[in-house]
Every structure is written in structure tokens, then in C-alpha cells.
Ligand binder design. Structure first.
Ligand code: ADP
Ligand code: MG
Length: 166
């Protein structure tokens, strides 16, 4: 089950993310995948907005993990620089995942150590400079059920391009 949307500015990507974040709850895991520079950090800034987090959300490429407090805790990770799965042990993921929403940039790289039921969001560069294609995929049954609500949330702020069972 998936939803696809297009945005044409960082602001519209943040608006989509903020709208989607309103559907998130405690214990949710979101993997951000796709092209370098497509907007994974930008999307996370929108999630933070949606959770009422004030303050700047910056890329955790070097710190690996940033924690913010809003209506829910937001754990923001970027595992681009991890060399092997063993290094994920240092992140103490099982404990992180217990609290709030966890968003992991490049999370597909550590897929084997993640709970299977998560939301995958692929951000892709498109034809024009500021155009982005954003695809939302349910990783398991819990998220499949939630895709229609996510599509509805997105439709309030952007044009949903498609929804499919695949
Ligand atoms: P990533 O974390 O995926 O490497 P970033 O979020 O750090 O990407 O950077 C995305 C860059 O693309 C930012 O400089 C942002 O301003 C720019 N940008 C231009 N158009 C868009 C868009 N539609 N959505 C998101 N970012 C965009
Ligand atoms: Mg980033």
C-alpha cells in the first residue's frame, strides 16, 4: 500500500511532513530513503513542526541522534555514516523506539535491525530543480491500515498523485 505526492518547494515538503506527523503516535518508526539532497532532513523539519517542536532541526549526520520534545518526543537519526550493522548497537535502538516518534534518514541501510512494521518514505529528485516526488510505503499491516489516513492528511495540503495497493 503506498501514496505518492509531489512538492515544488522546501516549504511544501515541510507542510506535507507536518500534516503527516499529525497522524503519528508513540512508538512509530519512520525510515527516510531516496536521493541525497532530496529533502530527508527538510521532511524531518516538517515533522518537528507538526509535533510543535520549536527550535532548529539540523542534520544529525555527525551526531547520529538528536532528540527533541514536542507533543511527542522526536528521535532524529541519520545512519548514512555507519559502516556496518554492528555500529547500530551503540544507538540502542530498542530503547529509542520505545519513546515517541523515531525518524531515521538512510534507515533502509540498517533494515535488518529494524522492526518490520515501519513507514518508509522515499524522497526523490525530479525534473525541475525544486520538484520532489515523495512516496509513502507501508512496511507492514499496522501501517497499511494507516495509509488512507496519511493520504487524507496529505490531501489537505498538497495534491496526492496516486495511491496503490502495491
Ligand atoms: P537530504 O537530507 O535528503 O540529504 P536535505 O533536506 O538536507 O536533503 O536537503 C534538501 C535540499 O533541497 C535543501 O537545500 C532544500 O532547500 C532543497 N529543496 C528544494 N526543493 C525542495 C523540495 N521540494 N523539498 C525538499 N527540499 C527541497
Ligand atoms: Mg539529511
Amino acid at each position: 500500500m503506498s501514496v505518492v505526492v509531489r512538492t515544488n518547494s522546501p516549504e511544501s515538503t515541510r507542510a506535507v511532513a507536518a500534516a503527516v506527523a499529525a497522524t503519528f503516535g508513540d512508538g512509530d518508526l519512520v525510515v527516510l530513503a531516496g536521493d541525497l539532497g532530496a529533502g530527508k532532513t527538510c521532511f524531518t523539519q516538517g515533522v518537528a513542526l507538526g509535533l510543535g517542536i520549536d527550535g532548529r532541526v539540523t542534520s544529525p549526520t555527525f551526531t547520529l541522534h538528536n532528540r527533541y520534545e514536542g507533543s511527542l518526543v522526536l528521535n532524529h537519526l541519520d545512519v548514512y555514516r555507519l559502516d556496518d550493522l554492528e555500529e547500530t548497537l551503540d544507538l540502542d535502538l530498542p530503547e529509542l523506539l520505545e519513546e515517541g516518534v523515531t525518524v531515521i534518514e538512510w534507515g533502509e541501510q540498517i533494515d535488518p535491525v529494524l522492526p518490520a512494521d515501519h513507514l518508509v518514505i522515499r524522497l526523490l529528485l525530479a525534473d525541475a530543480d525544486n520538484d520532489r516526488r515523495i512516496e509513502f510505503y507501508a512496511g507492514g499491516p499496522r501501517w497499511t491500515e494507516r495509509i488512507p489516513a496519511i493520504a487524507t492528511a496529505i490531501a489537505a495540503v498538497a495534491k496526492v498523485e496516486g495511491m496503490s495497493d502495491g
